[in-house]
Design a protein around this ligand. Structure first.
Ligand code: ATP
Ligand code: MG
Length: 515
């Protein structure tokens, strides 16, 4: 039999930049990719769409050589390739931006970019790298301080570093795994402008995103995955958001949620004249005053970087308030320990789930009861009551549809969206009085968002006060009773959602107050 007779060769399409034929990848107890055949054309933006845990990141990592498929073939520009490491992929001209940042925090932007390319054999000294990077930034209209250290940058800026790192050594195919999850709406528009420039220059792009608006706006074609298998590859212009959602979840999804009108209760969290600094010792919160009530979802709208994160951190006790006061049920909790604040019944969903919400080396069930292991309910004398932990964790896994092969599975092996579900389940299931949530639905698929949003409304109806920080204005409008708009560390205005409109909130977010 000649080589051309193999099944894979018969399926080979020389028009495609990258193509997989029957690619499979199995992890213990999970088939993450099950005979995946798909391909990306030159100069195409191709979206991968699918529920949390569908296998998108795994497929991307196989195409980048970070994972090796168990079976199946990969063709790059018509040639069969074996990618045994990212070095192989980079040499061919395949770049990737991962779902979770892999930057070295105490290093500068340039150092991060050059370090990586040097380890891949692209030698360059820092000053010539700077010239090259500056021109790359100019080409794409990116404004970044190349000498800043990573920890000093906002998450949005860190994402630009990841992108520059991926394209620095020249690529024909760029794989982006949920790159917009950490970008603000304005940054996303700029980012899409850049992707369009890349496409016009003949680059091919694989874009993983859960946001159907983005899929509709930017992609040429979409491949939908469900439970590790390809459902279909479709031409975007022939689809709607609803049809894509249906293929992804396998049922109709309610894209609108009904919110029952309900009078709010007494104040539960009262913030007065709060001031705090950011990591760079600059003013992040300035005399901020805000009141959250029982039976209320108070939405905080704002462009990222206007003090939302610092506000969240002061409230949970991990950042010092310079002045002002936080009262919780009339008790002064200003600058009290995170543990005390938690014990008062304040649940918390941080935006940085990897570093703040979870211990990645722990099992899924350990993370599901994290912070509660000292409670009598989970103890039998000096020991943990494994039976109770098991049954509580099992319940949360089924309620939130957390895709994990077992309770003892290491948390770091969960998909991005399933990590977020672990935090949400833990925080919502411990019967808090108040919930502080920073970007709670980020990275979740639309089926799960529907569930989480309904949960938040139900908890609100039961009496919870919820502070909802979100950059997703649709989410803010859907869930909130009132919307507080934050700008430069201050509250510009607080508006009843029923009286609010997008334009007015957008202007306030930009610091414009009408008279
Ligand atoms: N390194 C690993 N070890 C064990 N299981 C893994 C590993 N990586 C992924 N998995 C499992 O493979 C399946 C697919 O995960 P993957 O990360 O590809 O999903 P995804 O589509 O990217 O989801 P999300 O939208 O949540 O990011 C999941 O069940 C996940 O738990
Ligand atoms: Mg993923």
């Amino acid at each position: 039999m000649t080589h051309a007779d193999t099944a894979a060769d018969r399926d080979r399409d020389p028009e495609l930049v990258i193509q997989t034929v029957n690619l499979s990848k199995q992890f213990p107890n999970v088939i993450a990719n099950d005979r995946i055949s798909f391909g990306v054309k030159k100069g195409e933006i191709h979206c991968l769409l699918g529920e949390n845990g569908a296998g998108k990141s795994t497929l991307a990592e196989c195409l980048y050589g970070a994972y090796q498929a168990d079976s199946g073939e990969i063709f790059f520009k018509g040639q069969q390739v074996k990618l045994t490491s990212p070095d192989d992929a980079i040499k061919l001209g395949i770049g990737m931006v991962h779902q979770h940042f892999v930057l070295v925090r105490p290093f500068t932007v340039i150092e991060n970019i050059v370090l990586v390319s040097q380890s891949h054999g692209v030698l360059s000294d820092l000053s010539s790298a700077e010239v090259k990077l500056k021109s790359l930034c100019d080409d794409y209209g990116v404004d970044l301080d190349l000498h800043a250290e990573i920890w000093q940058l906002s998450v949005g800026e860190q994402q630009w570093v990841e992108i520059l790192k991926a394209i620095y050594s020249g690529v024909d195919l760029l794989i982006l795994d949920e790159p917009t999850a950490v970008l603000t709406p304005q940054e996303i528009e700029r980012f899409f402008g850049i992707l369009e420039k890349m496409r016009a220059a003949g680059l091919s792009i694989i874009l993983i995103t859960h946001k159907l608006n983005e899929v509709m706006q930017i992609s040429d074609r979409v491949t939908i995955l469900r439970k590790g298998k390809v459902v279909s590859t479709v031409v975007t212009s022939q689809e709607t958001k609803e049809s894509l959602a249906n293929m992804m979840v396998g049922r109709d999804v309610v894209l609108n949620i009904d919110k029952k009108e309900l009078p709010v209760g007494e104040p539960i969290l009262e913030i007065s004249n709060l001031s705090a600094l950011n990591d760079r010792e600059q003013t992040a919160l300035k005399d901020l005053t805000l009141k959250l009530h029982k039976n209320e979802i108070l939405g905080i709208a704002g462009v990222a970087g206007n003090g939302q994160r610092e506000l969240f951190e002061v409230l949970i006790g991990v950042r010092k308030a310079e002045s002002g006061q936080v009262l919780f049920e009339n008790e002064d909790i200003t600058n009290r320990s995170p543990r005390l604040i938690k014990r008062r019944g304040i649940a918390q969903v941080p935006d940085d789930r990897i570093n703040e919400g979870l211990i990645m080396e722990f099992s899924v069930s350990e993370n599901l009861i994290l912070g509660q292991q000292r409670q009598a309910h989970y103890r039998q004398g000096p020991f943990l009551d494994q039976g109770r932990i098991k049954s509580a964790a099992g319940r949360m896994i089924s309620l939130f549809g957390i895709a994990t092969p077992s309770l003892n599975h290491k948390t770091k092996f969960l998909s991005g969206g399933n990590l977020q579900k672990v935090i949400l389940a833990r925080e919502l299931e411990q019967d808090p009085k108040c919930l502080l949530a920073n970007q709670p639905t980020r990275g979740l698929d639309i089926g799960v968002i529907e569930y989480v949003q309904q949960q938040l409304l139900e908890k609100r109806n039961d009496g919870l006060g919820i502070l909802l920080i979100s950059e997703d204005l649709d989410e803010i409008f859907t869930l909130s009773n009132r919307i507080a708009v934050m700008f430069k560390g201050q509250i510009m205005d607080v508006i009843n959602t029923s009286d609010a409109n997008l334009e007015q909130v957008g202007l306030l977010m930009a610091g414009v107050k009408d008279h």
